[in-house]
Design a protein around this ligand. Sequence first.
Ligand SMILES: Nc1ncnc2c1ncn2[C@@H]1O[C@H](COP(=O)(O)OP(=O)(O)O)[C@@H](O)[C@H]1O
Ligand SMILES: O=P(O)(O)OC[C@H]1O[C@](O)(COP(=O)(O)O)[C@@H](O)[C@@H]1O
Length: 314
Amino acid sequence: MIVTMTPNPSIDHTVEVGSLRRGEVLRAQRSHVDPGGKGVNVSRALAAHGRKTAAVLLAGGAEGARLTELLDEQGVAVHAVPVAEGTRTNITLAEPDGTVTKLNLPGPACVDTELNALLDATLAACGHGTTWIAGCGSLPPEAADDCYARLVASAHAAGVRVAVDSSGPALARSLAAEPDLVKPNREELAACAGVPVRTLGDAARAAEVLRARGARAVLASLGPDGAVLADSRGVLHGEAPVDAARSSVGAGDALLAGFLAAGGGRDALGPALAWGAAATGLAGSRMPAPPDVDRVGVTIHPAVDGDRVLEEER
Ligand SMILES: Nc1ncnc2c1ncn2[C@@H]1O[C@H](COP(=O)(O)OP(=O)(O)O)[C@@H](O)[C@H]1O
Ligand SMILES: O=P(O)(O)OC[C@H]1O[C@](O)(COP(=O)(O)O)[C@@H](O)[C@@H]1O
């Protein structure tokens, strides 16, 4: 069983437009709604693979009720902790060439009692046989940025491993608590380590900075360049090319889900890459199922090519 905690979930509204022109009236071709938020997506990907998971989240207002309903429809067990203000809606504008513009709202403000209730509910959701808790996403406005650090401390006291996928101060503050894994993307890695990440070598060095600050392992996702995994045994790089990426929204969440589902060790890098690449071939933030993942070919490189310039920097 893998429990996810999402302090700031969302309704993800994807709108498909012909092309995005600022300052004009755009006619949408299609639109659809997915339950969203990083931990929510990890649970959706696990549920799509028939894995036992529970999504613990803060939910408020009609949007919060709708989020719970959407997750029920997808067979995800939800533990919704009430928050006074309404859950946010995040907007994705998707163009036919695969370009995605994302508008993430701040979300409902949250007070200490609500955040404490979320942490308590997360620990309470862990039964016998819970292998991981994944604490994921941004924090709502006014939430204390030691939220994930506290999650790590209490989960470790209960003997459960913790993965943190967040950004900014919430990620930085979590490191000293020694999370078993952190999953930054390239921007989050660079910001947290305080160094530019332009090459694979930069990514490997930045991951080591996060390990030196306390993270036991770092799974740094690098978009089309795959991911590097740094742990006490060294740094690995792997990738899984995709022919036509449709939407990378949620790909990092699918990557993390695949990594945890495969046990969270060095052997889990391959499955993680397959789940992440499979997600990029699906519309919006749809999460991959086994047939999507089985189509993907993964390469794990014997050594990290430190001079290789990352795709997004070329
Ligand atoms: N264009 C792409 N081609 C192949 N794989 C991709 C692509 N974009 C994302 N991925 C896969 O999805 C994972 C997560 O994507 P990334 O953009 O790094 O994370 P996030 O969604 O958290 O920002 C990558 O590590 C990679 O495995
Ligand atoms: O909590 P944040 O950082 O605002 O991110 C929330 C957004 O991230 C997502 O979980 C997608 O995550 P990734 O593309 O990083 O994998 C969306 O569903 C959601 O709208």
